[in-house]
Design a protein around this ligand. Structure first.
Ligand code: CP
Length: 302
């Protein structure tokens, strides 16, 4: 993969996406064999710079980097010099000066990763920017689907929940469309993006019909922290109409959620714990996919 940074699914070609998924398969095989110490990134440093909270993305990047042999540093913005007024670019240039080779960044502002990437020598990976994109999540989701379904062409994927505020949904829609899948979005109209027609996805307001016959149902977290107005009457009513429950999961349906899950709001425990749920395998696949991304970016540079 001949690129310095990995910022947005929108920028990736279908071939680059497939290259990452193929490399992730090799990484997953190594993990399954018990490999925890490789030399792929030895002598390099991977730093996580998170301006928003995270459990899965941050830990999986750190574990992926360590397994590949890199040293890791983790900047918690709440306790860093950012609190003393340092700008994003100055922070980035100081990370260059501190010999960081990769910066894995999560930021509340859409577009912040490309702004940083243009101004630093380190390779930048977008770990989620505002309501824009979460490319590595979409890649690990695609990897998880590909473990079960060989071809994306004609695959029916229903995404249910707070689509308007979801960078996961946006990256998934871009990726799945590039690979030829059929995407249906299900949400109250107040939680849909305004540019839904441009996405090429179908819209179905009814969760029962939207999930019927779906190969994959992907539930999304309700992002209350990004909502400035009341966009649905009550959490109880939202769960009744748009919460994914066991009854929405067909015999052959794969149930996904990027996490964190709000049980009883975006997903019922009956769905989370359903035998067709791959919510925790998604998390493990995240380590393999992030290993693949770090390795391919490093090799591109070589
Ligand atoms: N899916 C995801 O991005 O989870 P975290 O917020 O825990 O990183």
């Amino acid at each position: 993969m001949k690129r310095k940074d990995l910022l947005y699914i929108k920028d990736l070609s279908k071939d680059e996406i497939l290259e990452i998924l193929e490399e992730a398969k090799e990484m997953r095989k190594l993990l399954d064999k018990g490999e925890r110490k490789l030399n792929v990134l030895s002598g390099l440093n991977v730093t996580t710079l998170f301006y928003e909270n995270s459990t899965r993305t941050r830990v999986s990047f750190e574990n992926a980097a360590k397994i590949l042999g890199a040293s890791t540093s983790s900047i918690s913005v709440a306790t860093s010099a950012v609190q003393k007024g340092e700008t994003l670019i100055d922070t980035g240039k100081n990370l260059d000066a501190l010999l960081c080779d990769f910066i894995i960044m999560r930021h509340s502002q859409s577009g912040a990763p490309s702004h940083l990437a243009k101004n630093v020598n380190a390779k930048v990976v977008n770990a989620g920017d505002g309501m824009n994109e979460h490319p590595t999540q979409a890649l690990l989701d695609a990897y998880t689907m590909r473990e079960r379904f060989q071809d994306f062409k004609g695959l029916n994927i229903t995404i249910v929940g707070d689509i308007k505020h979801s960078r996961v949904a946006r990256s998934n829609i871009y990726l799945l469309s590039k690979l030829g899948a059929r995407v249906t979005l299900c949400a109250p109209k107040t939680l849909l993006p305004i540019d839904i027609e441009k996405t090429g996805a179908k819209y179905d307001n009814c969760i029962d019909s939207a999930t019927k016959g779906a190969d994959v149902v992907m539930a999304l977290r309700m992002q209350l922290e990004r909502q400035k107005a009341a966009l649905f009457p009550s959490q109880r009513e939202y769960h009744a109409f748009y919460g994914v429950k066991a009854g929405h999961i067909g015999k052959n349906t794969m149930l996904m959620h990027p996490g964190p899950c709000n049980r009883g709001l975006d997903i019922a425990s009956s769905a989370y714990e359903h035998e067709n749920s791959v919510i925790l395998p998604q998390v493990t696949n995240g380590v393999a996919v992030r290993m693949a991304i770090l390795k391919l970016l490093k090799e591109g540079n070589d």
